[in-house]
Write a protein that binds this ligand. Structure first.
Ligand SMILES: Cc1ncc(C[n+]2csc(CCOP(=O)(O)OP(=O)(O)O)c2C)c(N)n1
Ligand code: SF4
Length: 270
């Protein structure tokens, strides 16, 4: 599905045009999140977008349904509260890689461990966009950023593997270049009961692309096309080769009961 009419109802038209830089991937992610809601027929009054602080977090400004923006890094904690106070809602949490993987990492682990019925979308632009292109835990090793002028020291943190290990029911990763795959994973995540997470590699030509001399947005997308490879291929690579690539695919697909269901079952037997 690619019909913009379908997402009209979810968009705050009066707030447009958006503030993102030309070539930023955040608009593509927002579009496919809204398409996902439309495909699943989720009414506006049943949808909530909890977004982080950062460029990606500004997505909340452009939606015409319940939205919430709290403090940086605490997005999943707020989303957990929203979900538990009204489990009928479809709660989506949209975070940057800094929000989710640095200051907010603890919340990711516990949301996944509890298998909270939330869909987390992580817009991984490989750096902190809003504050000037500093490196984040998921910035690839040796990347040039405003805080690693000689190249980042230390490997990138794989947020998907952490969420999978902690107990999430659905974990997948794709890129803004692989748009059909991204669309499918967002739909699958929204359709999962329990904690679901989709990490999306997305271009930040203004900082990551410029500092690393990758070029403009098109060249950043070409980088994702070349370097983001299917999970099974990635697993057969030497470790040294893996460091120069990203995997993409579905890491976890499970059907374990979510936190709310288990909690209610305990109450019922008392
Ligand atoms: C508690 C707190 N610490 C730091 C900041 C400053 N800050 C705002 S956005 C941000 C990082 C943004 O990076 P990311 O979460 O990856 O989102 P992006 O802008 O790249 O989409 C930081 C450190 C803040 N607002 N609040
Ligand atoms: S700084 Fe980067 S992430 Fe932020 S709006 Fe510009 S391109 Fe997008």
């Amino acid at each position: 599905m690619n019909n913009l009419k379908e997402i009209d109802q979810y968009l705050a038209h009066k707030k447009l045009p958006h503030m993102w830089c030309p070539g930023c991937g955040n608009g593509v992610i927002l579009k496919h999140l809204l398409l996902g809601l439309a495909v699943l027929g989720i009414p506006r009054e049943k949808a909530v977008l909890a977004s982080g602080i950062g460029c990606s977090g500004r997505a909340g400004d452009y939606v015409n349904f319940h939205r919430f923006q709290g403090t940086h890094g605490r997005t999943l904690a707020f989303a957990t509260g929203i979900h538990l106070s009204n489990p009928e809602l479809t709660v989506v949490c949209l975070m940057g890689d800094g929000d989710c993987g640095a200051i907010g990492l603890n919340h990711l682990l516990h949301a996944a461990r509890r298998n909270i019925n939330i869909t987390a979308i992580v817009a991984n632009n490989l750096n902190y966009g809003m504050t000037g292109g500093q490196y984040s835990p998921s910035t690839p090793e040796d990347s040039l950023t405003s805080t690693s002028r000689q190249g980042k020291t230390g490997a990138a943190l794989d947020l998907c593997r952490l969420a999978a290990e902690a107990g999430a029911n659905y974990v997948a990763r794709s890129t803004v270049y692989h748009v059909r795959e991204m669309h499918k994973y967002i739909l699958e995540a929204l359709n999962t009961r329990g904690f679901s997470m989709v990490e999306l590699l997305t271009p930040c030509p203004t900082y990551y692309g410029r500092y690393n001399k990758i070029g403009d947005a098109v060249q950043m997308l070409e980088m994702f096309k070349e370097k983001a490879i299917p999970l099974n291929k990635f697993q057969n690579m030497e470790e040294s080769e893996q460091q120069n690539h990203f995997w993409r695919g579905v890491l976890v697909r499970k059907n374990n009961p979510d936190f709310y269901t288990r909690y209610r079952q305990k109450e019922a037997v008392q």
